[in-house]
Design a binder for this molecule. Sequence first.
Ligand code: 7RM
Length: 648
Amino acid sequence: MADPIIAPKPQLARRAHIASLEQYQQIYAASVRDPRGFWRECAARVDWFHPFERTFRQDFANAEVSWFLGGKLNAAHNCVDRWLHDRAEQTALIWVGDEPGTYRHISFHELHENVGRLANVLRAHGVQKGDRVCIYLPMIPEAAYAMLACARIGAVHSVVFAGFSAESLRDRIVDADCRVVLTANEGLRGGKVIPLKATVDAALEGTAVTTVLVKRRTDTAVPMRAGRDLDYDEQVQRQRAYCPIEWMDSEDPLFVLYTSGSTGRPKGQLHTTGGYLVYASYTHEIVFDWHRGDVHFCAADVGWITGHSYIVYGPLCNGATTVMFESTPVYPDARRYWQVVDDVQASIFYTAPTALRALVRFGDEPVRTSSRASLRVLGSVGEPINPEIWRWYHDVVGEGRCAVVDTWWQTETGGILISPLPGATPCKPGSATFPLPGVRPVLVDEHGRELTGNDVTGNLCLVGSWPGQARTILNDHERFRQTYFTTYPGRYFTGDGCRRDADGYYWITGRVDDVLNVSGHRLGTAEVESALVAHDYCAEAAVVGCPHDVKGTGIYCFVIRGKAAEGHDDAEVEDVLRQQVRDAIGAIATPDRIQLVSGLPKTRSGKIMRRILRKVAESRYDELGDISTLAEPAVVEEIVAGHKTWAK
Ligand code: 7RM
């Protein structure tokens, strides 16, 4: 049966930047015919201190791309100063606090002052162009000030999601060699207190950090180490509001952001100034069909790329009003998002399917109590959106009037690559539809052969660079090249599987590597495994994904007990190991199931057959395939039996 198609709403098309499928197709065709011309024109949307001389250079064999060469600009100038002449009193940032009804409106003028003062504080503490600064803050305006203050003076920010553990934080601080950390005494989310400063204290042992700036978010006094820790407010009060701008080369780094891969520790993806900014602002405008005056509400956390590109840089670079939401979708109850939408009169709302799946369980009533009349565009990001959830988003949240944009992209891509456009694209629920202008996806089979034509399934690659592409992995360019450019030479490999249907629509099928997508967050199975084996209750571990109603993918761990676990009952061992993973990585990595086993399915050469474990975790016992090559085929029976008792 053919998939149903939802046509773009005429009332959206009437005023849209890209207002019909034909117009999209024309722009797209022109963009791939003449990428240099297309991106040169596109780059005019940002303010250049000095114009660029060359649009781009690309050498995928060496994993080298550069954009807008020779140009000079500053991201904070573009996000703040640039708007002072005509919208100084317009709200730049609406902060939505954890407690319902808590709002703060920060104008571009105030944003300028806050960023300037903080930039001067950083300078006063020796931060110079190119230095890395770690930001471990909750969702408070200071997180945006911190990012922009770094950008203003040419420092490279490394935002670490405030849900990560001390150990994860330390790894990132050490890897990026940060000397300065910005944090808060505590965070507040869903009425719960998060002890951020205590986590920072634990993380800093043995690092080179000299300065910690501590913002007071709650009334709790926290221990401050003399000579290292400083009160944020005291420091900014001492500085003047104006801080001169450091003009950056297009290819000077703007930020590093860590993301999980299939092997080893998370990698620091490095984004540079010119290309990233052009791409974040362009995609923000066309994908959400943003117009001046629209309030943009992206419910992500600034600790992820979605927050970087679509809370801070994209919207602010367009002079938009952007919302920063400190709370959760269910605090104090499931009406919260829609209440905020009404209160701030949001035109655009952007979240992950996992949040929608959690809300669907409460039925339509919590949605219906709100008006939502201000909404025009509903975005989805982070994981495939099930067609039923897409429908609910469209029919119930959007009351059939709003466009739903299922946006596919990655930390590495800097911005959205495949997505419908509100005024132009006929949608199929569950499909991210078509590539944005200037983006060239290809599907390849396991031999690297390009699958041309439609109705094909393969691995998703990109040919041709786009300005938002990450330039390298911090301190490890070779790993960058290996990971993304060697599997299919001449192409960037995304790690995702994808189908292009008979009508040319793209359907992302999920990761084809050992990366799990848990509630829209990336997690390497290898990371969870190393956390487990670091405990002496665990001798060996294999981690795979399992279906999960809300998270999309859950974390399923097969564990062989360590000697130290002898004499402890199963439940206790499981609890200890579950806590171990939380402590090592953070709450987002909490295992959904730990199954104690006496052996793991291995080949005779000792390689764990994950394929089998994946099938077991999905309850697909009939699809285990050939297990005769296993060293001990009998362990499979035990594993299946153990899984059945849990999954029944
Ligand atoms: C923005 C972000 C990237 C991975 C990516 C995919 C998955 C993201 C979608 C999606 C299906 C989508 N960055 N993914 N968006 N899968 N449909 N619309 O999420 O680096 O954290 O994750 O997320 O597997 O490779 S990320």
